[in-house]
Design a protein around this ligand. Sequence first.
Ligand code: 4AD
Ligand code: MG
Length: 453
Amino acid sequence: MRTLIKHIRALSAPADAVIVQGWVRTRRDAKGFSFLELNDGSCLANLQVVVDAGIPGSAHLASFTTGASVVVNGNLVPSPAPGQKWELRATKIELLGTADASYPLQKKGHTLEFLRTIAHLRPRSNLFGAVFRTRSKLAFAVHEFFQSREFIYVHTPIITASDCEGAGEMFRVTTLKGKPDEKPEADFFGKPTYLTVSGQLEGETFACALSNIYTFGPTFRAENSNTARHAAEFWMIEPEMAFCDLPGDMDLAEEFIKAMARYALEHCAEDLAFFAKFVDKGVPERLQFVVERPFVRVPYTEAVGILKQSGKPFEFPVDYGQNLQSEHERFLTEEHFKSPTTVFNYPREIKPFYMRLNDDGKTVTAMDVLVPGIGEVIGGAQREERLAQLQENLEAHQLKPEDYWWYTDLRRYGTVPHAGFGLGFERLLMFLTGVANIRDVIPFARTPGNAEF
Ligand code: 4AD
Ligand code: MG
């Protein structure tokens, strides 16, 4: 039976007759025997294999080069080498696929930029193995977090006709051929449709029936910002809670990020240690801080005051009524508060139509969670549940009420206060691993001008 290297490393006693399959990382030849370092991606560590000259298959040993795929039968014996309990004494080796000298992942370190050009092979590197194992663990942790709290997982559509965020950054989905006389009604769905930027509006309909729900799926934005934190396709987690207000929403957001950090510490220790050593030495301390300390909460108006008084020469001006830029967000969380920070009650003009108007008539119940190194990881709000006010909001944002008839119906029939947020899964991964570019925490990045693979 085939055994994963991860399981071999966890064995408490040596084992006879195991079969291991994987890719050769390196081979060293000595007199009468060779060492193979084998990796199967199940964990960061390689398995050391000792191949004695003359065992079945050893005639092909010269083809066991870096990148080749192999099967090894053997017995596990205690290893004299540091950092590993067992090594595999091969009794038989077999080559599955060769890899010649053009194999691009050689032993020397490669730059992240180079590895992006071979996104089909980079999961075989130590860094990307660690990133994508961590991503998988955390995806599971997301479900565990919400399922254990009785949130119901809802699959919201990828194709939609409504622009949730009102930012106009949508990818059009069409079967029209682009001829001048074609009418929008002739399109596949009889109206213009797009890839969703958020499942929130559909999520709200389910929260207003099932109480607590969450979505977890891909979202798309045609924003032409070629930054280290923006992707055109990214994964978002969007919980929505009926009978919940803004403080309850901020509580859940904070609890969620803390739970993700705790899960990573408990379930991704080997990979986190790798990040700390080779990517960002601040990782362990940061995760511990996130788990242990409450986040700072500050109203937008106060945050603007802090930024103005900071004397910092920001590239973008700070003024009430302006969006906080990434440099402002990072100043607040990295330099001023030195803590994850939730900013709430933003001016209504700079936020989407669905947010609840506060009694001051000027601000809405928005909240953004900012973290060091990244800026915004979460955006959320208590939703406008009052029919008349929602209709006024739609008008103020120059949206057509008839396009949102089903969304306004929720306020017409049994309306309830409700709130939710969206967390960008890649930004969370950047925060937890220290990996600085969003392109390096998503298997195949979709960014402006880039859809290879
Ligand atoms: O702040 P945003 O735009 O909020 C919404 O979409 C709401 N509908 C969420 C809700 O209340 N249910 O996006 C939420 C999060 C951001 O905080 C950020 O982490 C991430 O999604 N995000 C992106 N991540 C990667 N690339 C992009 N282009 C992103 N745009 C937003
Ligand atoms: Mg936002």
